[in-house]
Design a protein around this ligand. Structure first.
Ligand SMILES: Nc1nc2c(c(=O)[nH]1)N[C@H]1C(S)=C(S)[C@@H](COP(=O)(O)OP(=O)(O)OC[C@H]3O[C@@H](n4cnc5c(=O)[nH]c(N)nc54)[C@H](O)[C@@H]3O)O[C@H]1N2
Ligand SMILES: Nc1nc2c(c(=O)[nH]1)N[C@H]1C(S)=C(S)[C@@H](COP(=O)(O)OP(=O)(O)OC[C@H]3O[C@@H](n4cnc5c(=O)[nH]c(N)nc54)[C@H](O)[C@@H]3O)O[C@H]1N2
Ligand SMILES: [Mo]
Length: 757
């Protein structure tokens, strides 16, 4: 059997490569896969030949990025140009002037992982400025080491298994829900989608599910508490307060397993600020009535309860706080470490969180060592480009933005993922040179000076291995590369040759040689885990290997909670941090030393009557902006625009009906979106998924994103001086019907100068 794989699933290749069928044993294949092949073979959006921006060749200093035309070139010519430019910049300014944080999801496949290839190449070329953390959960990455003495990855790896939740949990309090929509994907691939079935089981069993979210659809089977977005911390604090007020807090757990309880308790009681964080206090903030809060507080202590947060909860202003307050609430309840109870982060946010498949640390492409060592927090890209030499804080340190002259991006799309894209468009004009490897004419490729066309997974052999997936797949090449596309590996090997370090980069291997090498290392890993992998030829021939290890159900922090003295955490106290002297001493007004309610920079709490809160969640039809030109995403659009969802009463208030086109606007910009109706959305919210290819235009003299990209509206600001994560979920917008003629899209065909025909 021939297979291929993507972040959204694993597929059998059928009809001689003309179609894909999900694995037979995948219980709930993702809809994203249905649009993959059509997107990957769309001649209007694939990059078929290397191209160089005309204005860059003419020395425009970056001004034309995003509007310019391209000159197509032969590989040898463009590789000469790229190698020479890299050499010039590192010679003139040093490697600290090269930014290659290059955030993004790229494609599944261990060897052809675009970022690994870029970093290996640039490390050998003298290094680069990198990026820390992710757009997914930066606040967690920075905070968990302080709170739990664990990295975010360790927290996710140790999260209580679904199977334990199903057996023991009686009350699942799910902030942001638990959604099969987001559980469609797993970074580096998944062969199974089991979250939908697990949720159905939970709903059918004795677990009471409570969905705290502006959208009912985030956890359909649950009782819905439609919280006002951005105010969950007030609700969490009030739950903790009411538990304490009723004398129901778990004193023994707080004494044994936490540090700083006194300070946090004093804050709850209002001893310093005179404000008791009671249910009555929280009502006008979170918009959940006081009786419900009090009843829920009691129930949490009476039942086996899990406090669960989606990743999206912390992609908001002061995103550190819901994490910390949620963890503190779980400590007050005292069920951390008990079967099926306690605290969880990320159920449903991707497929593997909560899986009880054994964890296996499979090998990856070695990236080498970066001699530069400088970095930015990932979401501070526009600030870095706009403010070289300026200071900022990050994770209790004072840092300085570097002065970047060359940006190199592969496997990511900042003109998808960043907030306030109009601002990024300005910042992006600053560097002298931008190089992008891409297989598609994304908004980022259209803003590059040197465009290097990459292959898709269909056009190369690779191996899908995910550390928490029970199946290994050989990903077969099923098509010749489109146009002149080359593997990222081949691109960097050719560049390394021009710069005189080909042997160090390739270690004498071609792509197949590397796959054999990775397989040999995988065999070693398997052996240490107590099973044998077949030889390379057998695996390639059979295409699939099922790991013969039993599942390992676990309960987060159970050893620690049972005996904190014997199993201390790697925090200062060895216990869970409820108040931190170190964080307090850094004196950040936007991240104090204990969990706290802080009003977001924008929220419905001080919105004008006609403003709505924008929820820009992950799209159901694609992964981010990947496959946006594929059949599944295109069929879901309204008049060719991304569909935004409103409550029917809200739509009526603004004179909108299903199928209309609306204009959403904020002080950052404006975009068009189709209108869809859903009674399961708060009346003061609009949901516009991410991922429509960014298409800004000047329409009737005004700046307008024509396609429905929510990052035309969002705010480019850090969560706080602590984590500096993005705050995508904190945005107010205005809405109006669009009656003028619809501006045609420009992203549905290649940029000027490129004839894909
Ligand atoms: N408003 C708002 N914005 C958000 C979010 C939100 O919730 N709201 N979520 C954020 C989050 S959590 C994330 S993770 C980011 C995601 O942002 P990104 O990860 O940047 O988004 P993708 O569209 O997955 O970008 C991956 C790119 O890699 C390219 N690619 C795939 N395979 C290859 C390859 O083999 N070689 C090369 N050279 N390129 C390849 C694809 O064509 C695609 O353009 O978005 C963030 N942005
Ligand atoms: N289909 C699909 N699945 C994906 C992805 C994709 O692009 N497509 N991307 C993947 C990636 S990179 C990531 S990081 C994960 C992200 O996974 P999540 O972070 O879990 O997903 P989001 O859709 O950003 O947010 C989840 C929900 O949080 C709710 N929410 C927003 N603001 C608030 C609030 O203030 N309070 C509460 N209580 N709820 C709020 C929204 O209603 C939203 O639907 O998804 C992954 N899964
Ligand atoms: Mo993400």
């Amino acid at each position: 059997m021939t297979y291929t794989a993507a972040h959204w699933g694993a597929y059998r290749v059928v009809d001689d490569g003309a179609a894909l069928a999900p694995l037979e044993d995948d219980p709930q294949p993702s809809r994203i896969g249905r649009g993959w092949l059509s997107a990957a073979t769309d001649r209007q959006s694939r990059i078929l030949r290397p191209a160089v921006r005309r204005g860059w060749l003419e020395g425009d200093g970056g001004a034309g990025r995003g509007t310019d035309s391209y000159v197509e070139m032969a590989w040898d010519e463009v590789l000469d140009i790229a190698a020479k430019e890299l050499d010039r910049v590192r010679g003139d300014f040093g490697n600290g002037a090269i930014f290659a944080g290059s955030y993004g999801w790229a494609s599944a496949g261990r060897f052809h992982h675009a970022q690994s290839q870029l970093r290996r190449f640039l490390n050998l070329a003298g290094g680069f400025v990198g990026a820390r953390d992710t757009y997914s959960h930066a606040a967690a990455e920075v905070m968990f080491p302080h709170l739990l003495g664990m990295s975010n990855r360790e927290v996710q790896d140790a999260v209580t298994s679904f199977s334990e939740v199903r057996k023991h949990c009686e009350l699942m309090l799910a902030f942001g829900g638990i959604s099969p929509r987001t559980a469609q994907v797993a970074s580096s691939g998944t062969t199974r989608h089991e979250v939908g079935a697990w949720l159905a089981d939970l709903a059918a069993g004795r677990t009471r599910l409570v969905n705290v979210s502006p959208r009912r659809g985030d956890l359909d089977a649950a009782e819905w508490l439609p919280v006002r977005p951005g105010t969950d911390v007030a609700l969490m604090l009030a739950l903790a307060y009411e538990i304490v007020a009723a004398g129901r807090e778990d004193r023994a757990f707080l004494d044994r397993c936490t540090s700083g309880w006194d300070r946090f308790r004093a804050y709850l009681a209002g001893e310093a600020d005179g404000v008791a964080k009671s249910a009555d206090w929280a009502v006008p903030l979170c918009d959940i009535d006081a009786g419900t809060i009090r009843a829920l507080a009691l129930e949490l202590t009476e039942k086996r309860s899990m406090v669960s947060l989606t990743w999206g909860m912390q992609r908001a202003d002061h995103g550190e706080q819901p994490l910390w307050a949620g963890l503190a609430l779980a400590c007050v309840i005292g069920q951390i470490g008990k079967p099926g109870g306690g605290f969880a982060f990320g159920y449903g946010s991707t497929t593997p969180v909560g899986r009880d498949a054994p964890l296996i640390d499979w090998p990856s492409v070695p990236q080498g060592v970066n001699p530069v060592g400088d970095y930015i927090p990932v979401a501070r890209i526009a600030d870095m480009l706009l403010k070289p030499g300026e200071g900022y804080t990050y994770n209790l340190r004072h840092r300085i933005y570097p002065d970047i002259r060359l940006v190199w991006w592969v496997g990511g799309n900042p003109f998808h993922h960043h907030q306030d894209l109009r601002r990024l468009d300005e910042a992006w004009k600053r560097p002298q040179t931008v190089i992008v490897n891409e297989h598609s004419w994304t908004a980022t490729a259209r803003r590059a000076d040197i465009v290097l066309p990459a292959t898709t997974p269909f056009e190369r052999d690779d191996i899908m291995i995910n550390r928490r997936d029970p199946v290994l797949l050989w990903m077969s090449r099923i098509r010749a590369p489109m146009g002149h596309a080359r593997d990222d590996y081949a691109i960097f090997a050719a560049l390394a040759g021009r710069l005189g370090f080909a042997d160090a980069f390739t270690e004498g291997r071609d792509a197949e040689g590397w796959l054999r090498h990775l397989w040999a290392r995988s065999q070693g890993v398997a052996q240490r885990m107590g099973f044998a992998l077949p030889d390379f030829e057998t695996f390639r021939g059979e295409g699939r290997f099922d790991v013969p290890l039993a599942s390992v159900p676990s309960n987060a922090l159970s050893q620690f909670a049972a005996d904190p003295g014997a199993h201390p955490l790697r925090t200062e106290s060895g216990r869970i941090t409820l108040a931190s002297e170190k964080i307090a001493a850094f004196a950040m007004p936007d991240c104090p030393g204990h969990p706290a309610w802080l009003k977001p920079v924008e929220s419905l709490l001080d919105a004008a009557q006609d403003e709505l809160h924008l929820v820009s969640s992950q799209p159901d039809t694609r992964l981010h902006a990947q496959n946006d030109r594929g059949s599944e995403a295109l069929a879901d659009k309204v008049a060719g625009r991304e569909a935004g969802t409103l409550h029917p009463e809200t739509a009526a208030r603004f004179g909108l009906k299903e199928g209309d086109v609306m204009r959403l606007s904020s002080p950052r910009g404006a975009c068009l979106a189709g209108v869809r109706l859903d009674e399961g959305v708060r009346r003061d919210c609009v949901v516009l998924p991410t991922g429509a290819w960014y298409d800004p235009q000047i329409v009737a003299g005004e700046w307008l994103e024509a396609h429905g990209n929510p990052n035309a509206l969002t705010i480019d600001k850090g969560t706080s001086g602590m984590a500096q994560g993005n705050i995508a979920h904190t945005t107010l917008v205005r809405v109006a019907r669009w009656d003028a003629p619809l501006p045609p899209l420009t992203v549905d065909r290649p940029p000027p100068g490129v004839a894909n025909g």
